[in-house]
Design a binder for this molecule. Sequence first.
Ligand code: FES
Length: 125
Amino acid sequence: MDSIVMETVWTQVGSIDDIPVLGSRVVRTPDGDIALFRTALDEVFALEDACPHKQGPLSQGIVHGRRVTCPLHNWVIELATGEAVAPDEGRTGHVPVRVEGRSVSLALGEAKLSRGGCRKACGHV
Ligand code: FES
């Protein structure tokens, strides 16, 4: 029996230089706004631009380490997974990111926005 291997489709969304260090930039997609975050170490993460608490705009939050603090009620969200840091609970959608040189791409087809997690790259469901 043959197996079907689905290749990841990467969508180029700009340069890492378009994202401020310890800041963010919003990418608009048909499935909703995605916030790209850049850490002090030039790591890039992509989350749905909606806090798991009450949908606050995470793109306007404070980036520290590999986390962002929501501007509305100060929940802290893990950039790599979109999960709220305890004692808070919840998770926002996250999108696999690829950085090649200065170019940033997203695997939008693997994102499962509004429910948290991605379909493939990180193992979340
Ligand atoms: S909406 Fe983000 S902490 Fe409340």
